[in-house]
Design a protein around this ligand. Structure first.
Ligand code: IPE
Ligand code: IPE
Ligand code: MG
Length: 227
């Protein structure tokens, strides 16, 4: 999973508007999706827009939605040709019609693809996702269809769309901040974390390879003792 942060600062450093940073960030998305597909990763979850990002100035939100639409249109062919399954997680009902019009057909058209799942976190919040799953379970329990005593870490996890691809092994955050900002909270329990100083538009394939190489050198203990 990647928290793609730093677009605004990238633009500000150049004396440009934040929107210019998002445009450059969109080019980085293309680059990194290609690299991940070539590496043979099974799943890549990109934090593109958080639930909290709706509170940004409306012009910036509109620019982001426009870039998202453009991305889905321009990448459609490549996604399908490369056997990539595109899914979206988050409160999709809040997305503008123009985004849904390109997103929904692509999700459908790619649903049988096998090589890699590209999950776009859009209007996504980890807490919101957990709350929605809890609500769902409570409704079923209240209706007598579910015994609350049977709810476990696994049954709750199974209700979280972000974990349909499994728990994230590695979460990268660009942009230099040391925080999770509501991304994949439940699945992040034992994820390896990489916080990189690079601003997202500057993030290269080499940066990705370096982060993965660092991941490969770590020992994941999951609460147990070392080998
Ligand atoms: C990440 O870059 C993109 C989104 C959150 C949509 P930012 O826009 O947060 O860039 P900074 O953090 O202000 O530099
Ligand atoms: C996280 O970045 C959200 C995305 C990358 C989509 P933010 O820029 O919104 O997070 P904060 O505000 O620094 O925590
Ligand atoms: Mg930011």
């Amino acid at each position: 999973g990647i928290i793609m942060d730093g677009n605004g600062r990238w633009a500000e450093l150049r004396g440009e508007r934040r929107e210019a940073g998002h445009k450059a960030g969109s080019a980085a998305v293309r680059r990194i999706v290609r690299a991940c597909r070539r590496l043979g990763l099974e799943a890549l979850t990109l934090y593109a827009f958080s639930e909290q990002n709706w509170s940004r100035p409306s012009g910036e939100v509109e620019a982001l939605m426009g870039l998202l639409t453009e991305f889905l249109v321009s990448e459609r062919g490549e996604i399908l040709e490369n056997d990539i399954r595109l899914v979206a997680i988050g409160d999709l009902s809040r997305l503008p019609e123009a985004v849904r019009e390109v997103l929904d057909p692509l999700r459908k058209a790619s649903s049988e693809n096998q090589k890699m799942t590209l999950a776009l976190a859009l209007s996504y919040g980890g807490r919101e996702e957990i709350a929605a799953a809890a609500r769902e379970l409570a409704i079923e329990a209240a209706a007598g269809r579910l015994d609350p005593a049977t709810i476990t870490v696994d049954t709750l996890g199974a209700r979280l769309p972000s974990l349909s691809v499994g728990d994230p092994d590695l979460i990268i955050r660009t942009g230099g901040e040391f925080r999770i900002s509501n991304f994949l909270l439940y699945g992040a329990a034992y994820a390896e974390l990489a916080f990189l100083d690079r601003l997202w538009p500057d993030f290269t394939e080499e940066d990705l390879f370096a982060a993965i190489a660092s991941y490969q050198r770590r020992e994941r203990r999951f609460g147990l003792v070392g080998k």
